[in-house]
Write a protein that binds this ligand. Sequence first.
Ligand code: ZN
Ligand code: ZN
Length: 417
Amino acid sequence: MGAEEAVLSGLDEVRGWQEDLYRDLHAHPELSHQEQRTAEKVADRLDKAGYEVHRGVGGTGVVGVLRHGDGPTVMLRADMDALPVKEATGLPYASTVTATDGDGNEVPVAHACGHDMHVTCLLGAAQLLADGASHWNGTVVALFQPAEETGDGARGMVDDNLAELVPTPDVAFAQHILPAPAGQVGTHVGAVLSAADSMRITLHGRGGHGSMPQATVDPVVLAAMIVVRLQTVIAREVTPTETAVVTVGSIQAGTKSNVIPETAELQLNVRTYSDRTRKTVLDAVRRIVTAECRASACPQDPEFELFDRFPLTENDKEVTERVAQAFGGYFGDHAEPMGQQTASEDFSDIPEALGTPYSYWGVGCIDRDAYAKAEAAGRVSQDIPVNHAPNFAPVIQPTCDTGTQALVVAALAWLGR
Ligand code: ZN
Ligand code: ZN
């Protein structure tokens, strides 16, 4: 019996508690940085499975370490947080939870991104690897991070001395459920998720009466010029073969038709797939906005504030090819290349900080018949809910099995004898 088969022979047993745990986590979602209950459940299970457990890493983060002889160190990561979304799945285990967010507002909370499934799969894989430790050599690091949705959970763990708590991994893995047929796994070599940067820009004009524009510097006209001129960043400054997005999602100025306001505020979102393009775009935005302000004779240069920043997720070629080969061997036709995704993640902050090559893959989670029907009708984008939608939820099986198997198969591609 190969290591994969031997370790995964325990799946029937693990599946029993995994499904209960999943429904429990789904019904008790917690906002970013508030994952206490989830973290406790995670730490208990890791502890019982024989892992050395570190709690409270970067807030609510939990790390389990399991050593079994000499060999490579493999890090497996799951995120734990939920979203301020009102669940509308109609499932018997749907969330009715509300919580107080960082701004002090009472908000509904739901696992609308599927992180409850990520936690369940990783706990199952951790248990299987512990039970089947006689079939592999090396060290497993099972890492559960807080606050992926706010983009600062991974960084928080790194800043809390993660590097000193765990042996340096030779390779790191993470996965995400996606609106694709359940049972599928998808890999991608190179940039798989975009870097994302949000920018708040404050423009300083000079206010005055709407009837006397000559005595003012109108930030509304200035903002309009900037929005139009920013469209040239992608069209004229980014290499045509590269993908990037600049969206001005918010523009705020003024209170009354006959008052020229003092200031205007723009909020931008930038998505890029290489560090070079990221720099090109952000530099271009600053240059254009500053120049437009000077062209308008603003009394003061604009102010720029970056927030909600997500790093680029760029899968290592060698690592990803080895994972894809292992997936092909185990999942057959259900393993396939997955295209570049437009979403963003903060996972890569961890392997980047540890100097570890990594791979991030997708796991389908939509009922196969429902997906096939939508596809046949050409209605996938209308009929299949996507992550963050109020009616998004994975089918528990085969999603849970697949996500668990994927983690074990990838880990054993390094640890297996
Ligand atoms: Zn999300
Ligand atoms: Zn997510």
